[in-house]
Design a protein around this ligand. Structure first.
Ligand code: SF4
Length: 477
């Protein structure tokens, strides 16, 4: 029996080994299909995509199966991934969404993943469903990615876990919120990183510099998108929370579309090649490609990426081509968008071991906010040491308290984390807007607000030190 198992189970975990060996990986994304799809036909499509992707020479390519990405009416990725050939499952990555999923359900899905030997898992908290109101969103369960990672890392099976981050944040507070939350995911047990899709290479480099500057060398994978006109329309319509096309980039895309569909496609492939090669030269360990789900398209994209990796073997040659082709477009959402470092994209790596970060400027905080902060501090300074229901009315009136079992107000600058429509306590979700506004509710993301207040009362550095020094879950490193 043991020998029979050995014959179908390849030794080790080839995805994990590739990242450890510094091999550049390509993950072609496939989203789990709607439940209304014929499961046999859907499985055959996934198997065809797998064959196409694995057959591309010159690049370590595999699949990333996303989970309930835009709808709830879809197969769980863990189940859908059973259509992948068993002997290849250690090469692929499976997403696991906490949206509308309880901890118990996540346990069952983890059992199913382990049973089918899908050990490379990227947990995500999940986006709101496009069209959801704040009220509808509040009614949904969002089991947070940090907690899913912690739960999976504590299991006996050899899960190899990824943590996602949205590096395309353009205020200091949302950006630091994203970085801090990623450190929490690494501390909880994640061993690799997947960055949200975008086109601003400066932000990808900033992410690398921040983490290597803090001696965090976990492999990072950048998510890229092979655009089609339909995808552009959907992104501009806000159907992909957390993915942003700047006005300048939009104009370039419109211009590319004006000539012919062939020209548009050619421009997208060239952009993809440049981005992929740039990612490798900036120290990323691979890319995850969205928008190439058809086997023929995935194969062409993988071949083009393999060629680009050969074409650009030095940062300088890449930078010259990048500057002439891509750098013309302003990828940031507004003037004075915040970047953490000066002189990124002039060199691949920073000159100093710990590159100097830019000044955040004067804390932006109104007199009303200062007053409210001081009042809450006066009223609730010891709320974490008292019974959660003490002073409930005052908490409700002055801190939008929603009556949870454990009061964390003194640790969150007296902003109730439960006022996040998804009730995420550990940091901003991937859907936060580049300006720092909430994905779904009007106004600023509560985690941006907490960090803005931390910067104002000069406690941000302590917060960062605490997160960085809180220690990693070493069980799977
Ligand atoms: S408050 Fe922040 S974390 Fe919560 S849903 Fe809005 S953007 Fe996401």
């Amino acid at each position: 029996m043991g020998d029979q198992m050995e014959s179908v189970t390849p030794p080790g975990n080839r995805f994990r080994n590739a990242l450890s060996n510094g091999e550049f990986v390509l993950l072609v994304e496939s989203s789990s299909p709607s439940l209304s799809n014929d499961p046999i036909a859907a499985g055959e499509r996934l198997a065809a995509l797998e064959s196409a992707v694995l057959s591309v020479p010159g690049i370590n390519a595999a699949l990333a199966v996303t989970d309930r990405y835009l709808s709830l009416d879809s197969w769980r990725a863990v189940e859908y991934a059973n259509a992948l050939r068993e002997e290849n499952r250690d090469r692929h990555v499976i997403y696991l969404s906490g949206r509308n999923t309880t901890v118990e359900e996540l346990e069952q899905l983890a059992d199913a993943a382990a049973k089918s030997r899908n050990f490379n898992i990227v947990p995500v908290s999940g986006n709101c469903i496009p069209g959801d109101t704040v009220r509808e969103c509040r009614k949904r369960i969002f089991t947070e990615s940090v907690e899913i990672i912690r739960g999976l890392a504590a299991r006996p099976q050899p899960f190899f876990l990824g943590g996602t981050v949205n590096p395309y944040a353009y205020t200091p507070y949302t950006m630091m919120g994203q970085y801090f939350k990623l450190v929490k995911k690494l501390n909880a047990g994640a061993s690799f990183v997947v960055a949200q899709a975008g086109w601003d290479m400066l932000k990808l480099q900033s992410l690398r510099w921040y983490f290597t500057g803090r001696n965090l060398y976990d492999p990072m994978i950048a998510r890229l998108v092979l655009l089609t006109p339909t995808l552009v329309e959907k992104i501009l319509a806000g159907e992909y929370p957390g993915i942003y096309i700047s006005r300048d980039f939009q104009k370039i895309l419109e211009k590319e579309l004006r000539y012919s569909m062939n020209q548009f496609e050619a421009a997208q492939y060239r952009r993809l090649e440049l981005q992929a090669a740039g990612c490798r030269l900036l120290g990323f360990s691979g890319i995850q490609l969205a928008g190439a789900e058809f086997p023929s398209r995935a194969k062409i994209a993988a071949e083009r990426i393999a060629n680009a990796l050969r074409e650009f073997d030095s940062f300088d040659s890449w930078l010259e081509e990048y500057n002439s082709y891509l750098a013309r477009a302003e990828m940031s959402p507004f003037t004075n968008s915040f970047y953490l470092y000066d002189h990124t994209l002039r060199r691949a790596y920073p000159e100093e071991e710990h590159p100097t970060v830019r000044d955040f400027g004067e804390p932006k905080i109104s007199p009303g906010e200062k007053f409210a902060f001081r009042l809450r501090r006066f009223l609730f300074e010891h709320a974490d040491k008292q019974r959660a229901d003490s002073r409930r009315l005052l908490k409700h009136l002055f801190a939008s308290c929603r009556g949870c079992a454990e009061c964390r107000l003194p640790h969150t600058k007296f902003v109730c984390p439960e006022s996040c429509p998804k009730r995420l306590p550990n940091g901003p979700c991937g859907g936060v807007k580049p300006t720092g506004e909430c994905e779904i509710a009007p106004g600023e993301c509560i985690h941006s607000k907490i960090l803005r207040l931390s910067y104002w009362d000069e406690s941000m550095q302590t917060l960062e030190d605490n997160i960085l020094n809180s220690g990693r879950n070493e069980s799977f490193h």
